[in-house]
Design a protein around this ligand. Structure first.
Ligand SMILES: *Cc1c(COP(=O)(O)O)cnc(C)c1O
Length: 361
């Protein structure tokens, strides 16, 4: 069987080095807010090309904290793509803000920049872009609208670690950006983990305090904060893996290129790419009108697939106040998408088999 993603295989490449780094933590007996956090966040900020990075507990918290630290809450609106993973939207509503859903571009699957301006009201405070499936949003128009209306721009980078836009890494393209290191992401921990990156010292300091019970120093609480920290073991694991991220992304690009050149089945709509380096292929999403039948066929042939995602946020019970709304492009995407296996650990033989099986459908 060709697995969608073999995480054991991904991580066991680093087994010896990880064992040694974790043993060092056990020897020291220091588990939170220590040297491993300092080392990893310094390396991660350098990688992203930002001045600062701060480790937090997960990607959703990174998003929540950015909004909270920006001072946005009840009565404020934040623009967000309608077809993102629900976490992006949860982070907005969790702060008491109103998520304003904007339809994606059917070609890039990212937010359609031409639909943002009509969604802006006097209450709009920010645009939250999502580099969905691993492809960097084309930021030019986003920046222009944000500048014109004096809005903050934030990035949800949970699916696109290492992608470039105009020679700069995603994460460095906005006021603040959130990363998730959930195990299955392109840079994944051995559990939950996340980070906020930014060039804004004041904002990062505030995120840091908010993530630590609102304290700027021990037992001195200046905000009503929460507890969301990156533990030392996950920081060490991520620091071991970070130097190999570009290599892994290059292998993902190679597989994606092979798929795009060799999948010729007319019933399959392949992903569109505006720049090779802008995409890190977190998932390889194709579309077909007979999605469920196609998935069953692949399962029968021993190829595991996943749907990203089967139900759009506005049709979820959690947002039942939106259930009657219609976002046709978002709904069409959710109805037709299916993700083929793409992992840096796939062999050439497996990649060729996927192509053969897909073309024979
Ligand atoms: C994974 C993901 C998140 C949430 O990250 P967690 O670490 O799982 O909390 C947020 N946004 C997007 C787009 C994601 O893919």
């Amino acid at each position: 069987m060709i697995k969608f993603l073999d995480l054991g295989k991904v991580n066991n490449r680093f087994r010896d080095v990880m064992d040694a780094r974790i043993a060092k933590i056990l020897d020291k007996g220091w588990y939170l807010q220590g040297e491993e956090n300092e080392v990893f966040t310094k390396h991660f900020a350098d990688f992203c090309g930002t001045k600062y990075a701060l480790g937090v507990a997960n990607g959703l918290d990174a998003l929540r904290l950015i909004i909270k630290a920006s001072g946005f809450g009840e009565g404020d609106e934040i623009i967000v793509p309608a077809n993102t993973y629900i976490a992006t939207i949860l982070a907005i509503s969790d702060n008491g803000c109103t998520p304003v859903l904007v339809e994606p571009d059917i070609n890039s699957y990212n937010i359609n920049p031409d639909l943002i301006e009509v969604a802006i009201t006097p209450k709009t405070k920010a645009i939250m872009v999502v580099h969905l499936y691993g492809q960097a949003v084309q930021m030019e128009k986003i920046w222009a609208v944000a500048k014109k209306h004096n809005l903050k721009v934030f990035e949800d980078c949970a699916q696109a670690h290492g992608a470039y836009y105009q020679g700069k890494r995603i994460g460095s393209l906005s006021d603040a950006a959130a990363f998730s290191f959930y195990p299955g992401k392109n840079l994944g921990a051995l559990g939950d983990a996340g980070a906020v990156v930014s060039n804004d010292k004041e904002l990062i300091d505030k995120v840091k305090a908010l993530a630590n019970y609102g304290s700027d120093r021990k037992y001195h609480h200046i905000y009503k904060g929460l507890n969301s920290r990156l533990d030392e073991i996950q920081a060490a694991v991520l620091d071991v893996k970070l130097p190999y991220l570009d290599e892994d992304n290059a292998r993902r690009r190679e597989i994606a290129k092979y798929y795009r050149e060799h999948i010729t089945n007319a019933k399959i709509i392949l992903p569109k790419v505006y720049d090779e380096l802008a995409h890190v292929w977190h998932v390889f999403v194709v579309r077909t009108q007979e999605r469920d039948r196609f998935q069953q066929y692949l399962t029968d042939k021993g190829i595991q697939t996943i749907i990203h995602y089967p139900t759009p946020p506005h049709k979820q019970l959690a947002y039942q106040e939106w259930n009657n709304r219609s976002y046709p492009i978002t709904e069409e995407i959710h109805r037709t998408v299916i993700s083929l296996p793409i992992s840096p650990m796939m062999t050439d033989e497996e990649v060729r088999k996927v192509v053969k099986v897909v073309n024979e459908w």
